[in-house]
Design a protein around this ligand. Structure first.
Ligand SMILES: Nc1ncnc2c1ncn2[C@@H]1O[C@H](COP(=O)(O)OP(=O)(O)OP(=O)(O)O)[C@@H](O)[C@H]1O
Ligand SMILES: [Mg+2]
Length: 283
């Protein structure tokens, strides 16, 4: 049993929003299954094979970090999972059903948060469920829970343009979580933030994952970020992107349980770090 699954066993009563745990205990089925997935962009001038023959299963509660050289197809893979684009080959399933188009059961967080600048934080977070005609009472309760969870309670009535980059990203995470998605897809979400804010956002993401058991698919260029958040790091090859390594990691557990970052100074951490960097830089 992986560490992510071990965590689920240990913390069952603290999963306030988790909708995966029943699936996990009843079936232990994969949440996402990708079989021979490929995508060729068809441009007028040329065809671009972006990803090729990807075979990955993702299980409920996993925190999967994806790394690889620029242009290797990480965002393409995430966009396929989100349903923004359809693969040209292979099959991608969520809970055994083929992914066909966009659905709120997948929440997406990008580097630039797609928020309505002139709406308040509260109104932005409430937007998705309001469009789905969820009851006003439920929306109000969920918005308050999420404002608390992402640390924006004091800023709920501020307009988005009044927020810092980190706060905007907190609002974007809450907007994605309010739909209670099966999986959160994050594409370099903290790439544009300063180092200190980035570290705070990593802590926030780690806590949300730990408390909710949400499955997360997270693209990053930062190996420390991947090691300090993930339960698994996928390394992709350059052009066309294939998965060349699938590395289990378990540093998050000591980070949370010991409330200390000492683990990043261990030999074990440095070995994993060097291994991943040599896979990426050696291409
Ligand atoms: N809409 C598109 N049309 C044509 N080619 C595209 C399109 N989007 C991406 N590509 C190409 O597909 C390949 C993979 O791009 P993708 O954006 O998925 O890479 P990435 O790993 O996310 O890169 P980065 O780390 O720079 O974000 C690249 O060669 C890119 O130029
Ligand atoms: Mg990208």
């Amino acid at each position: 049993m992986s560490d992510a699954n071990y965590k689920l066993n240990q913390n069952t009563d603290s999963f306030v929003m988790n909708n995966n745990i029943d699936t996990f205990f009843e079936t232990n089925n994969e949440l996402i299954s990708m079989e021979n997935v490929s995508l060729v962009y068809d441009k007028k001038s040329a065809t671009v094979p972006a990803i090729d023959n990807i075979n990955i299963n993702i299980y409920p509660g996993e925190f999967v970090c994806v790394m690889g050289p620029s242009g290797c197809g990480k965002s393409t893979l995430l966009n396929i999972l989100a349903g923004f684009i359809t693969p040209t080959g292979g099959s991608v399933k969520l809970n055994q059903k083929e992914i066909k188009g966009i659905d709120s059961n997948r929440g997406v967080v990008f580097q630039q948060p797609p928020l309505f600048e002139w709406f308040s934080v509260r109104k932005n977070i409430a937007f998705g469920p309001k469009m789905k005609k969820v009851s006003k009472d439920k929306i109000a309760t969920d918005v308050e829970t999420l404002l608390d969870q992402v640390g924006l309670k004091a800023f709920a009535d501020k307009k988005v343009y009044e927020l810092s980059g980190g706060m905007k990203q907190r609002a974007a995470i809450a907007s994605a979580l309010i739909n209670n998605p099966d999986i959160l897809l994050m594409d370099e979400p903290f790439g544009a933030l300063d180092a200190l804010t980035r570290e705070q956002m990593q802590g926030l993401t780690r806590n949300i994952w730990w408390k909710t058991g949400k499955t997360i698919f997270f693209i990053t260029h930062d190996v420390d970020e991947a090691l300090l958040l993930g339960t698994r790091v996928l390394v992709m090859s350059k052009h066309p992107g294939r998965v060349i390594a699938d590395i289990p990691v378990d540093f998050t557990k000591s980070y949370v349980e010991e409330n200390s970052d000492d683990v990043r100074y261990t030999d074990r951490f440095h070995q994993k770090r060097n291994h991943i960097l040599s896979l990426i830089n050696g291409q």
